[in-house]
Structures are given as C-alpha cells and as structure tokens.
Design a protein around this ligand. Structure first.
Ligand SMILES: [Zn+2]
Length: 427
C-alpha cells in the first residue's frame, strides 16, 4: 500500500527550523520518502495544500476506561476525596464496561490526533482488544494496587490475559504499572521493576502528584518520593516514566536526570484537582525529558492533547511570569518526540523522518479558527482544535479519513457506553 500526502507543510519536530513544504510517501507502515516532490504510482493521494503534517500525538499518561466516569462527582475537595468517590465505582467494573469505554477513549484520541497512549487501568485485556480492533498503539500497564502478593498475581494472570487479547497485534506493549507509593508496598514496586526488566517493558507510576503525598512520604518513610524509589533500586532496574511530578525538589531532579527518568506532565488534571502546577520549564532547563498526558477523562474531562499543550503553555507562562519559558515548539515536542522518548519509542515514532513508522496527522488550517497562520507552532498550540484534524495515520494505517473514523463506529460505541454506565449505577 502506497499513500502519497502531497503539497503539505511538513512539521517534522526534528528541529524548530526544519519546517518545509514537501510530499510524504507512506509505504505499508513506514514513511519511505519526504521530498520536495515524490513521483510514481500510488494507491491513494491526499492533497494537503493548506495543511500541516506533523507526528501524531503521544498521550503518555491516561486511564482510558475512566471515560465512563466523565463529569461524575468531580467537584470534590481534593484528590483523596475524589478518589473516595471513584474507587467504589471501579470495584464494580466488568470486562464489558472496560471494552466499550476503551473504544470510546480510542475514538476520542484518534479524533484529537493521538495514536499512542500509555494506560494504567483494570481489565486491560479488554483495552488490548479495543486497540487491536481500532489500529491504535497502546502501551498497557499491568495495574497494581497492593503488596508483593498482588503484584505477583497480576503479573502472572493479567499480563498473560493482555498478551492473549493482543493476539499478535504488534502495536501493544505491556508495561508494569504500580499505581502510587501511597497504594503500593515496597515489594510491589521491586517485583514490578524486576518483571519489567525481564520482559523488555518500562515502569509507569504516579509520583508526587500532591503536597500531601510528599508530606506523607517524608513522615512515614523519612525521605522524599524520588529518594524512596531510588533507594528501592527502581530506577537502576528499569527505565521509568513518572506521571505528575508536581513537587520535585532539586535533589530529586538530580537523581531523575542521572537515572534517565521521564516525567509526564498532566496540566489539566493537576489544575482541575487543585494539585498544583508542575514547574515544567525549570525541569526542562535541568535536562529532564518531559512528556505530556491527559490523565483519565474523569479528572480532565477529555482526552484532547491540543488542550493539554495549550494549558501547559499557559500555566507555564502564568507561573513563571515569562511567556517564553516554554515555547510552543517545546510544548509540541512534549506531545510528540519527547512523549515517544519517555515511552522508549523514539526510534520508531515521534518525528517525521524517512524510515520511521508512519504515525502522523494532517491538520487542515484553512478554517476560521486558524486563519491567518502566522507562526505554525503557535497556530497548532493556541488556535487549532479537532476540527482541523482531517487525517490520522497509525503505523501507516489510516484511522481518520476526511474527518471520519475508519475502524470504529461512534454511534455504536456511545450507545453501548451509555448502556454500561446506566447498568453500573444500578449495580
Ligand atoms: Zn493518573
């Protein structure tokens, strides 16, 4: 299969000045050529005149099936109060709930230009099935809340079920995902890191989301969260990415930088739950790799990476007093190349380069909200939205064509999600 995307403005995210008008040829799952003009015979030609072509977004932290709890009791005082509303619902969830909610989440991600997501949730085998059926790239965590026994059981049973559900679909990786230091024991973390190292996986966990979490860690363990995980040897055992990281001090940053740990910034969730504003511009200046995530739809309340970029930029400006502290180019890097790096996928995706996998989107800027385009990076972060995104490719497969999803039936998904949610409320 050969698809030519012609006449677009290619924004490869390999360097700020690398933008150019060019053709892109997709052959099977790869970008085979990026040239001023590509000649030949093609199965499909997309005229991208007036459009931007950029790497599709990487949502490096979410809980996909929390789509179910969108707008549900989200006016609570703080993270702990809100979790006390969410956990009883989660205890009732079944496979069918997760399957349909995952499909809804994937439909929303694709519509918003995202083709890779890192997930941490229950019944992840159903999310694997939804990934396989939709063509998206899923990094699915084996979720752990509990002690070493729970971790061992989940790696034995859940990881096997996820692998079976993936059924050979190549765009699923299974990571280890202990939830947080306030819900998992020392040995749960160590077992998770050992399992990940043995299985070519990464470790995904929440860390330093709230001041309370940091204070409790210092009180109960006598040290800051990063020092604690470092003492357990987690960062030496396995490549790790941490969601939130709102409250890291300089000593923690030094450890994370040395151990090549990435931070996933979740600005909407942190703002909505009043957790705080992570000093991302400072982290980047200190040499940290920063990715971007939406967190779950119940603390956001959508899965829209353009919203995250916009908010990340604005929060950085307002908290530093410097609009230039985090440039629009920087923030798009976080949502593409740096997100891919955090997930260990940077040799495959995250930039537009010949030989990389064709994970990309075509954004039509000939719309009222993006006219005129002066600075392309600013246009993407501050003016664009899902209306501009017309084509989305994942591993060379077209998942959105002229604004229509090709692998998913949205009406069927919404009908089933509504049915499942009504059923959950009756259980
Ligand atoms: Zn989260």
């Amino acid at each position: 299969m050969k698809t030519l995307i012609r006449n677009g403005l290619v924004i490869p995210m390999t360097g700020k000045n690398d933008i150019r008008k060019a053709d892109i040829l997709i052959e099977n799952n790869k970008i085979s050529q990026i040239k001023d003009s590509v000649e030949g015979k093609f199965d499909k030609i997309i005229d991208a005149d007036g459009s931007f072509i950029l790497p599709s977004f990487v949502n490096a932290h979410t809980h996909l099936a929390m789509e179910l709890m969108r707008n549900f009791k989200d006016d609570r005082e703080n993270l702990q109060d809100w979790l006390s509303e969410i956990w009883p619902i989660e205890a009732k969830l079944n496979d069918r709930d997760i399957y349909w909610a995952s499909k809804l989440g994937i439909a929303e991600l694709i519509r918003n230009g995202c083709t890779t997501f890192a997930d941490m949730y229950y019944h992840a085998w159903e999310t694997a099935k939804a990934c396989r059926e939709s063509g998206i790239r899923g990094i699915l965590g084996v979720a752990i809340i509990g002690d070493g026994k729970v971790a061992e059981k989940n790696f034995k049973e859940d990881a096997t079920r996820i692998k079976d559900a993936a059924d050979g679909y190549e765009n699923i990786r299974i990571d280890a995902a202990p939830h947080a230091i306030y819900t998992c024991s020392d040995d749960a973390y160590v077992i998770a890191a050992e399992w990940a190292a043995e299985n070519g996986a990464l470790l995904n966990t929440h860390l330093s989301e709230t001041q309370k979490e940091v204070d409790d860690c210092i009180r109960t363990k006598g040290e800051h969260p990063v020092s604690y995980l470092n003492r357990l040897g987690i960062f030496d055992r396995v490549k790790t990415y941490l969601a939130h990281g709102v409250f890291f001090d300089d000593a923690e940053l030094e450890i994370l930088r040395k151990k090549d740990v990435s931070i996933v910034h979740n600005p909407s969730s942190n703002a909505k739950l009043a957790s705080g504003i992570a000093p991302i511009a400072k982290y980047r200046t200190n040499g940290m790799n920063i990715a971007l995530g939406t967190d779950g739809a119940s603390s956001n309340n959508n899965l829209n990476m353009i919203n995250e970029m916009r908010l990340a930029s604005m929060l950085s400006s307002v908290s530093t007093g410097k609009p230039s502290a985090l440039s629009c180019y920087d923030v798009i890097r976080m949502a593409t190349a740096d997100g891919a790096k955090a997930l260990g996928l940077d040799t495959r995706i995250g930039t537009l380069e010949e030989g990389k996998e064709a994970d990309l989107l075509v954004m039509n800027m000939k719309k009222v909200n993006t006219c005129p385009v002066n600075d392309p990076y600013s246009a993407i972060v501050f003016s664009s939205d899902a209306r501009n995104i017309e084509y989305v490719f994942s591993s060379g497969e077209m998942l959105l064509e002229k604004g229509t999803l090709t692998t998913l039936d949205e009406d069927e998904i919404m009908k089933n999600v509504t049915m499942q949610w009504n059923d959950i409320l009756r259980r």
